[in-house]
Design a protein around this ligand. Structure first.
Ligand SMILES: Nc1ncnc2c1ncn2[C@@H]1O[C@H](COP(=O)(O)OP(=O)(O)OP(=O)(O)O)[C@@H](O)[C@H]1O
Ligand code: NI
Length: 372
């Protein structure tokens, strides 16, 4: 396989709060190849948004990237090294803030957020904002930029783009605003677009239309995407490969087909069981019980053990790093779960955890009244 477009190694981002250090992103590694849509999926608070804003170095105080390496097209977006006294400092080849702003953000890597009103200014027309963005980033004249802006609005399926050009954001529906943001993201023909739950607030029909359009545009422009979502049906719809996040870590990585049909990690299993699936006529859904623990003081061992139906004593002790469990010649399929032989830490001999997972996965069924 060719060199990845983006490669992320052991990325760690923390927030230094009064209550303690929030380990929002705690050592994740993944890559994105040219022309791929890579999913980042997980429950609220898993660290998806912090991970994606880290890629563009947009994490704000009290947050900070504290470790790892981010490489994009051979350039170091983030990287640390130890100086003579053992202190960590940015590597010489790490891009400056100025370079990030002028060369990377928007131009090479664009980001689309869930709430379009965060990115669109309500007091300027939609077309004006799009035109200005294009003008700034692509060295086009005002007139050329305007033509390009109208073309882009048409491209993302906005009817009568010449008229809509002069309208204000509030005159657009939620779905249409999201289309405008996609136009803006595409306007500089970036190699990578990060989409942070851009369709979550929309109704399912509009969401479906937008996903369909993104797939078409993706084929046309060969843009790569990182698609952030908590919704497995969106993953199924749009992604080539998926990373599943839980409490700051990527606990499973696979192609979409393998993730759905050869699920390895119990957390991924639980996520899938908690959602309706178009390909299965099971009507009973099992919500994942319990809540994700705090990222300030993550549990020892496997972070999912308190909610996991397969948890054994060893899961409290051993903290598994993802390992490739794929058969030889098959696409990579990494999972961080010691129940697989590849881990060889004595799972089979270990005692199942009973009565530990108070409020944990399935607790409501198996433990109610089981206390006497
Ligand atoms: N500014 C901040 N200060 C302190 N903690 C923060 C801050 N921003 C995020 N966090 C913490 O980082 C962790 C990850 O948050 P993040 O927003 O990345 O989750 P997410 O997976 O994107 O969730 P959602 O699906 O709700 O968007 C959470 O524990 C969150 O509370
Ligand atoms: Ni988020």
């Amino acid at each position: 396989m060719s060199e990845p477009l983006l490669s992320v190694e052991n990325l760690k981002t923390q927030f230094f709060t009064e209550d303690g250090t929030v380990r929002a992103v705690d050592g994740i590694s993944f890559d994105v190849h040219e022309g791929e849509i890579v999913g980042l999926v997980g429950e609220s608070g898993a660290g998806k948004s912090v991970a994606t804003s880290s890629l563009l170095r947009l994490v704000e105080s009290p947050g900070e990237i504290v470790g790892g390496e981010i490489t994009f097209k051979g350039r170091t977006l983030f990287g640390l090294e130890e100086d003579a006294s053992g202190e960590l400092r940015p590597r010489d080849d790490m891009l400056s803030e100025e370079e990030m702003r002028r060369e990377i953000r928007g131009r090479e890597i664009a980001i689309i957020f869930q709430d379009p009103m965060e990115s669109l200014n309500p007091v300027f027309t939609v077309g004006g904002q799009l035109r200005e963005f294009i003008e700034l980033n692509r060295d086009l004249s005002e007139k050329e930029a305007k033509r390009e802006a109208i073309d882009m609005l048409r491209e993302v399926g906005i009817p009568a783009p010449e008229t809509r050009y002069d309208e204000y954001p509030h005159q657009f529906s939620g779905g249409m605003r999201q289309r405008v943001l996609i136009a803006m993201a595409l306007a500089c023909q970036p190699d990578l677009i990060i989409a942070d739950e851009p369709t979550t607030a929309l109704d399912v029909t509009v969401e479906g239309q937008i996903l369909e359009m993104v797939k078409e545009l993706q084929t046309k422009y060969d843009t790569s995407f990182i698609w952030v979502t908590h919704d497995m049906s969106v993953v199924a719809e749009i992604c080539d490969r998926v990373n599943v996040m839980y409490l700051g870590e990527i606990i499973e990585h696979a192609t979409v087909d393998d993730l759905f049909y050869d699920t390895k990690h119990p957390y991924t299993r639980a996520l899938l069981d908690s959602m309706p699936r178009p390909d299965e006529t099971v009507h009973e859904l099992n919500p994942i019980e319990g809540v994700m623990p705090e990222a300030i003081d993550p549990p020892a061992g496997c972070r999912f053990h308190s909610r996991c139906p397969d948890a054994r004593e060893v899961c409290r002790e051993v903290h598994p790093e993802p390992r490739d469990l794929a058969d030889e010649g098959e696409p990579t399929h990494r999972a961080a779960c010691v129940k697989y032989d590849a881990f060889d830490v004595g799972y089979d001999e270990s005692r199942p955890i009973e009565g530990d997972a108070a409020g944990g996965f399935g607790a409501g069924l198996t433990r109610t009244g089981g206390e006497e």
